[in-house]
Structures are given as C-alpha cells and as structure tokens.
Design a protein around this ligand. Structure first.
Ligand code: ZN
Length: 508
C-alpha cells in the first residue's frame, strides 16, 4: 500500500518568530523562507499580517519570491485581518488564509465575552468572507484540547460547510497527552459528517514536553497535516519540532504508514540557519540536530559502533544533512572552496551578492588565520556577521581590556567617528561591560543596553555576540563574531549603535 502523505506546515516564521528576542527582519525572514522551500515543506506560515506593516511587507515579499510551498499567514476571524492576509499572500503561486478563533469556554467567556452560538456564527461568517478572497481556507479552533467535544464537532462541521478546506485542531496550551489526543482526532474524524471535505491538521505546543508525541499520535489517528517549527521554536516551551516529526515518520514508517515531502538532508542546514538568525541555540542533546545527536562517547558504544554503526545508530548523520566536511576549510582555502561549503550549509551567494560574499571571505580569512580549521558552525557565525545597509558612523580602531579576581575590569577603546579618532577608558563588572562603558563615554548616546548574548563552540571556537539596545520604544540588534569575545562584543555594540544613529541622525 502506498504510504499516506502527511503535509508539513511550517510556522517558524509566525509562531516561532513571536518569541521575545527571536524577531527577524524582512531579509532574514526571506532567507529562512527560501531555505524552507528548499527543505520541501508543504506550507509556510510567513507571519501575522495585521500585526505590523513590517510583518505584512515580509509576508508579501515571501509570497512574491518563494516558489513551491503554499504561502499563508495568520488572521483573527475579523474582516480587516482576513483582508490583510489575502492582500499579503496574493502574489504567491499557491496561497491560503489561516484564521483562528477560540472554541474553549475559557476563551469564549474571558477573551470574547460571547456565547458559543455567537462565536460559531462569527466563525462561519469569517470563512464565507475569506472564501471570496481565496480558495484555500484553514480554520483553527484555538484551545481545542480544552473545548467541549460536541461544540468542537459542531464548529468543524459548520466551518467546513462554509468553505474551510483545512481544519486545524490546536493544543494551544500544551495540555494534551498522546493517547487522549490521538483518540480526540479519531473521534472527530468519526463524528463530523463532512470531515472528508477538509484536511485535518494539528498544532501542538510543548509545555509538558509532549508536542512531538501528540502530533505523531494525531498522525496515527488520521491527521493529514502537522504544524511545526524548526528546532521546535515557538511560544513558551515551543512548538512540535519539524525535524523530530519528519524523522519519526520516516524511521518508523512501519508504524505510522505515512511519508512527508521533506528532503531530510536539508534538515541540519535549516536548523543551523534558524538558530543563528533567531539567536536561539539548541541544547547539545537535542534529538536529530543537537551537537551530540550522533556522537558516541562511551567506550563500549564506540567499539560496537565501529564494528557496525547499526549497533548504536538508527539513522545516518548524512540522512539529516550532517556530513563530514569533504573539504577542510583553512587559511589556504580559496573563494571557490568557501562558496561550495557555504552552499552545503544553506547560504547561497550568486553574482548579485558579490560584495556580501567578499565581506564574508575577508571575515573567513581573519578567522582562519587564528584557527586550524573553520567549522560549519563558525561559518554560520561569520555569515550572520555580514554587514547590513547601514553606514558605519562608529568604527573600532583598537581596544585593550583587563580583568582580574581582585579588581573591577577596565577597558580602553579607540573609535573612529567622522574623520576623528577618539579614545576613552571605562570600567565594569566584566571586560565587555568595561568596553561598553568606554564606548558610552565616547558616543554619549541616550540609548539603553538591554541584553547581551554570547555563544561559542569548542576551545578555539568563534564567539558570537548579540547585543540588544533600546531607544524610546525602538530596539536595535547588533551581531558580530570573532575568536576574541571582547572584540566581538564591541563590534556588535557598535553595530547596534550604527543602526540607531542611522535612524536618528540628530543624535550624532
Ligand atoms: Zn501556537
């Protein structure tokens, strides 16, 4: 029997992007969307169109440029939201409007203050309205896991009659457990008379660590679409993780009897890109994509593994795109080798990106000078440091920082500002903060340092530093990477300040 197709609906750019600190600009969203198309997802949820003009523009750009998957965006069940999605996804080859309306009594009573019948009417009217703008309509019954079963079924039947083509059953609060959740999906399919006219979808959250298990229980029960995100990013404890669901369906086809359209070799490059651009690292022991997912450390395991890898490994790392470098990148590697390796990890630079590529090549050479070998993770750090279209008003000339157990850290920083070279000293609880103090004394900007995140891998690794700076209600992110954490931090800080003064030139 031909295995049943399970659609993969990726919501990294909507549910995942709602996470504080994980927000993406338009170019970053577009870059991830291209990679998701490459990965082979069936649907990309590109954002929440009515949330901001910026998100609307990002969705529209993705709809214009990303070919292959269906492009959708989220709407509440109100006309303005639905129109915004219809307008944003209009340029796409395949498009869908996704709307959400609660069905649990908690949501009805406290969020909407409306009766069950009133909400049902509102949902049906919204679907009918949306069907005039788009042929493919997905309806999500928010908080379904805590909704009354009869009311949930009545709602599904009514919205399918009104024209919904996909009905999504979300475990919005991560309350479900696998056996019960699978049973709920099975009972919905049995009970709702017109259910065969729509696809059944699930959207599970990971508050109890069961998002993947619940999604798979639903697939087993007959769900035809799963909503998920790369690395499981998403609200609170996150969404079901795409890589886990896809690999479980693939590895345990004997049990699930299904298949997805995912090119699994693209999983790892996609995972790296998302963790980098969203500033969301994954833990080392994360299933499928963690640094240790294919590492064998105990002696007994190593011995057994070397005799036959199947002793301790159910999948091959290359099946998910983790491969031993065919070319070792060193200071002697040329542009061709670098471009080839970048493509393997999901970064494409054609003739139109010459300037960006040259910048990356220069950064690569500086890193390679100080390290024997440049790893794929280093490459992602280097790429994420590529310049944005912001003039560099502040440019680091040199710095010196010290710290010790008996004294506060001190730093001396020299910066180039419009033809002048200015130096200052600063102090702080760490060399990084001392350097920032020195920079503040030079720039005298009224901005506020909100957050610093650093990450590094290995003892020779590249340090990736992200700095978040606020000015009134605006936030500016600066990123940089270097083998020296203080230098990376200074550059990240200056990058955020350069963005700030680009927007508010009066502050200079
Ligand atoms: Zn969600």
């Amino acid at each position: 029997m031909e295995p049943r197709k399970v659609d993969i609906f990726d919501t990294t750019l909507r549910d995942g992007e709602q996470v504080p600190g994980a927000s993406l600009n338009r170019d970053e969203k577009l870059q991830i969307a291209h990679q998701l198309a490459h990965l082979g997802v069936d649907v990309i949820e590109a954002g929440f169109a009515a949330s901001s003009p910026g998100d609307f523009a990002a969705i529209k750009t993705i709809a214009e440029q990303v070919k292959g998957p269906t492009i959708t965006a989220l709407a509440r069940a109100v006309k303005a939201d639905i129109e915004a999605v219809a307008e944003a996804v209009k340029p796409a080859e395949r498009k869908r409007i996704h709307m959400v309306l609660g069905t649990s009594d908690t949501h009805l009573e406290t969020k909407f203050r409306k009766s069950r019948d009133e909400i049902l009417e509102m949902g049906v009217a919204a679907v009918k309205f949306a069907r005039n703008l788009c042929d493919d309509i997905e309806y999500s019954t928010e908080d379904a896991s805590r909704s009354d079963f009869d009311y949930l079924c009545r709602t599904l039947e009514a919205v399918i009659d009104a024209g919904a083509t996909v009905v999504n059953i979300p475990d919005t609060v991560g309350y479900a457990v696998p056996e019960q959740w699978g049973d709920l999906i099975r009972r919905i399919i049995e009970r709702v008379p017109n259910i065969h006219r729509a696809k059944v979808s699930v959207h599970c959250h990971n508050d109890l660590g069961m998002a993947t298990a619940n999604s798979l229980a639903a697939v087993k029960a007959g769900a035809q679409q799963v909503e998920c995100t790369i690395n499981g990013v998403g609200e609170r404890a996150g969404n079901a993780s795409l890589e886990e669901i896809v690999m479980a369906i693939k590895m345990r086809g004997d049990f699930y009897g299904g298949r997805t359209g995912i090119r699994t070799q693209e999983i790892y490059p996609t995972s790296l890109m998302v963790r980098e651009l969203m500033n969301m690292p994954v833990q080392r022991n994360k299933a499928i994509v963690g640094a240790n997912a294919f590492a064998h450390s105990s002696g007994i395991h190593q011995d057994g593994f070397l005799k036959n890898r199947l002793n301790y490994e159910i999948m091959r790392p290359e099946d998910v795109g983790i491969e031993k470098s065919d070319i070792v990148l060193t200071a002697r590697s040329g542009r061709h080798a670098l471009r080839h390796r970048l493509e393997k990890v999901g970064h494409y630079y054609d003739a139109s990106h010459r300037e960006a590529f040259e910048h990356i090549y220069a950064r690569f050479l500086t890193v390679a000078d100080r390290k024997k070998e440049v790893t794929d993770e280093d490459l992602h750090h280097i790429v994420s440091d590529a310049p944005m279209d912001v003039p560099e008003q502040y440019l680091l000339e040199d710095f010196h920082a010290t710290s010790g157990s008996q004294q506060a850290a001190t730093a001396h920083v020299r910066i180039h500002i419009s033809g002048e070279s200015i130096a200052e000293s600063g102090t702080g609880s760490s060399p990084l903060l001392a350097a920032f103090d020195a920079i503040d004394r030079i720039t005298k900007l009224p901005s506020h340092l909100e957050d610093i995140q650093t990450s590094a891998n290995g003892k020779e690794g590249v340090h990736n530093v992200t700095v978040r700076v606020s000015y009134h209600t605006q936030t500016f992110f600066g990123r940089s990477a270097d083998t020296d954490v203080v230098k990376a931090g200074i550059q990240a800080y200056l990058s955020s300040l350069n963005q700030l003064v680009a927007r508010h030139s009066g502050l200079l």
